[in-house]
Design a protein around this ligand. Structure first.
Ligand SMILES: COC(=O)COc1cccc(COC(=O)c2cn[nH]c2)c1
Length: 244
């Protein structure tokens, strides 16, 4: 997979060279290209923003630098186009399902907005030649899209074959299988600062362990994410109120 990221702080994305994503990049599974938006500004101050039409506080990112940056990253005449991802609080929620979808893409490009946002015509114009997804990584506001790109890239890259050592570990994660939250996990020692590992996990009885883990997943989901429990209940035909 090829990844292009355009930002006014490309050094923010240096974290992509670390750990899993860094390993994937070195092994050729990921081909990461970082770009500084100011490369496509030509005034002395390398201006990327201006005041908003219609008034209001803050500044808006000018369309011109973005248009030229995207033309350079993905030439219109090129043999293929990337899928453009624009992190924004106003976007479609990023989910594990969407992560799997993006993991199938051969080429992703990320546009990191700042200030009050990017002139809306940039996404509209890009959509004339590439698929554009405005995506939210959560209901809060960041100063820019860079952190959101790190979140999305990590969630996607770890799904690429060969990036994760043990694919089986992907199957049992929260949000990845049955729609329930993951059960609590433990390792040695069996007793630690007065806290003991649940006996069932030391029993060696795989059936009881599986039952305990399922019950814990349901209990946790009911406690922390009743919205997911309702969806899970509907999906498996249980009435959510059957959960004690
Ligand atoms: C068309 O898209 C844009 O204009 C994007 O513009 C901005 C402006 C400010 C901050 C951000 C970063 O994204 C988030 O804050 C965000 C994403 N998920 N949850 C919070 C992006």
């Amino acid at each position: 997979m090829r990844l292009d990221v355009v930002s006014i702080f490309p050094e923010y994305l240096a974290a992509l060279d670390l750990s899993l994503v860094g390993k994937a990049a070195k092994s050729g599974l990921l081909d990461v290209h970082l770009h500084d938006l100011r490369e496509w500004t030509y005034d002395r101050h390398r201006t990327v923003d201006d005041t908003p039409y219609g008034g209001g506080a803050g500044m808006v990112m000018k369309p011109d630098p973005w248009g030229e940056a995207l033309d350079a990253v993905a030439p219109a005449a090129g043999p293929s186009q990337p899928r453009l991802i624009v992190p924004t609080p106003a976007g479609r929620p990023f989910t594990q399902e969407l992560a799997y979808e993006l993991a199938d893409e051969p080429w992703l490009a990320f546009a990191c907005g700042r200030y009050e946002g990017i002139d809306a015509r940039v996404a509209a114009h890009a959509a004339e030649r590439m698929r554009v997804d405005e995506i939210s990584v959560g209901d809060y506001v960041l100063n820019g899209g860079e952190v959101a790109v790190l979140v999305i890239v990590e969630a996607v890259a770890r799904l690429l074959p060969g990036v994760i050592g043990n694919p089986a570990s992907l199957a049992e994660e929260s949000h990845s299988g049955d729609g329930l939250l993951e059960y609590p996990v433990y390792t040695k020692p069996p007793s630690w600062r007065g806290h003991d590992v649940p006996d069932v996990l030391l029993s060696g009885n795989h059936k009881l362990v599986a039952e305990w883990r399922h019950d814990e997943s349901v209990r946790r989901t009911a406690e922390r994410r009743p919205d997911l429990l309702a969806a899970w209940g509907a999906a498996v035909g249980h009435k959510a109120d059957e959960v004690e």
